[in-house]
Design a protein around this ligand. Structure first.
Ligand code: MRU
Length: 368
């Protein structure tokens, strides 16, 4: 995607040919700054502090983290230590484990003197694959938005509600939930996006609004509690969110609050779609509520809020009384029965085992 006319991915190999550069997402939307990662420890810290975030980008950064480790030391011990350090960064997005397993299997199968080159090549492939995958999600999801537009007589704007940030900043480029929106917008279909602010880290207010604004997509930021009201009043034609882990039965785990939006959508007959790449499917799990580890983050993300003053100075202020107990559950699980369809790079399918197996027969077979 373009920032001030320059095309950026969210992660790329530096001009020196070995270090890795990422956009520091903790500073957006107020400051656009690139951070250089030179060690596996820096890559791990970038993931855990959410300099980079979003399931596909977490996977891509982990892949490059393995490459940085191999640049330093390509021994078996270094390979195992890098895997362990990166896997410990965030528990919910399964793309992390997917990318690390892929890298470890390939690197472990070759001699030490070949690992460095192979690691960089495979990390680059994972990034390119993510871009192509997200474009595919955009094509299939864009067709759903076009259908909604046609159903409205081909003249009214299509209103899509999204939660958190599942746009290009959450992937290598294009996004998952937002790729259909970009595709439809680029094709001239009038789309307007209701952007949930997404407390406590405000990925919607900060990142989704920044992305959509940079691309010229009309949007309105709303508080997290507004979606149900808008749906009751016919102001939402469809919801599209991302997912950090999709079980083999079609349960989806996404940013906290997604489940409540799915419930409201169900109660109001609003279609609820989820965009996802193949790397987000966890074939080892069926019941997402019981099986998916839910990240709990530091309570200061709830007790405090950060932004800039009108003068442009950064500021963090306390919201809750000193000493009040706070809980910071970062994700929740939306059961498959509340999901209208899964939008993948291979097409749209029901949120069910049959639906996923129909699109990914070879993955289902190799997981069995
Ligand atoms: O905590 P985050 O910002 O990493 O959470 C991101 C999300 O919940 C996204 O919706 C999800 O990763 C899908 S990304 C395409």
């Amino acid at each position: 995607m373009n920032i001030d006319g320059t095309h950026f991915r969210t992660i790329w190999l530096s001009d020196d040919g070995w270090s890795v550069e990422v956009i520091d997402q903790t500073l957006l939307p107020h400051v656009f700054e690139v951070m250089r990662l030179t060690t596996v420890a820096e890559a791990a810290a970038a993931i855990s502090t959410m300099v980079v975030r979003g399931a596909p980008l977490i996977g891509a950064t982990a892949a490059y983290g393995m490459a940085l480790a191999m640049h330093e030391d390509a021994s078996d011990q270094a390979l195992a230590a890098a895997y362990t350090a990166l896997l410990a960064t965030r528990p919910t997005a399964v793309n992390l484990r997917w990318a690390l397993d892929d890298m470890q299997t390939r690197l472990g199968a070759v001699a030490e003197d070949r690992r460095r080159e192979l690691a960089y090549a495979r990390a680059a492939e994972i990034c390119d694959d993510d871009v192509a995958t997200c474009q595919g999600i955009g094509r299939h999801g864009g067709a759903l938005i076009k259908d909604a537009y046609d159903r409205k007589g081909g003249k009214d704007v299509v209103n899509v509600l999204t939660h958190c940030n599942a746009g290009w900043l959450a992937t290598v480029d294009w996004g998952t939930a937002l790729a259909p929106i970009y595709t439809a917008h680029n094709a001239g279909i009038p789309v307007h996006v209701w952007v949930d602010e997404t407390r406590p880290r405000n990925q919607g207010a900060a990142l989704t609004a920044y992305e959509l604004g940079s691309h010229g997509v009309p949007h309105t930021v709303i508080v997290d509690n507004a979606g149900g009201h808008l749906m009751q009043h016919g102001m939402v034609d469809m919801c599209i969110t991302g997912t950090d882990r999709t079980t083999a039965h079609g349960d989806v785990c996404n940013k906290i609050g997604t489940y409540l939006k799915a419930l409201a959508a169900h109660d109001n007959n609003v279609p609820f779609y989820v965009g996802l790449p193949h790397s987000t499917i966890d074939w080892t799990l069926g019941d997402g509520v019981a099986g998916i580890p839910i990240e709990q983050r530091d309570g200061t993300e709830v007790s405090h809020i950060s932004g800039v003053t009108d003068g442009g100075a950064g500021a963090t202020v306390r919201l809750v009384p000193k000493g009040a107990a706070v809980g910071n559950y970062a994700f929740d699980v939306t059961p498959a029965r509340l999901v209208t369809g899964l939008i993948t790079e291979r097409g749209v399918c029901p949120a069910s085992r049959d639906g996923l197996v129909g699109l990914y027969p070879e993955q289902a077979a190799s997981a069995a």
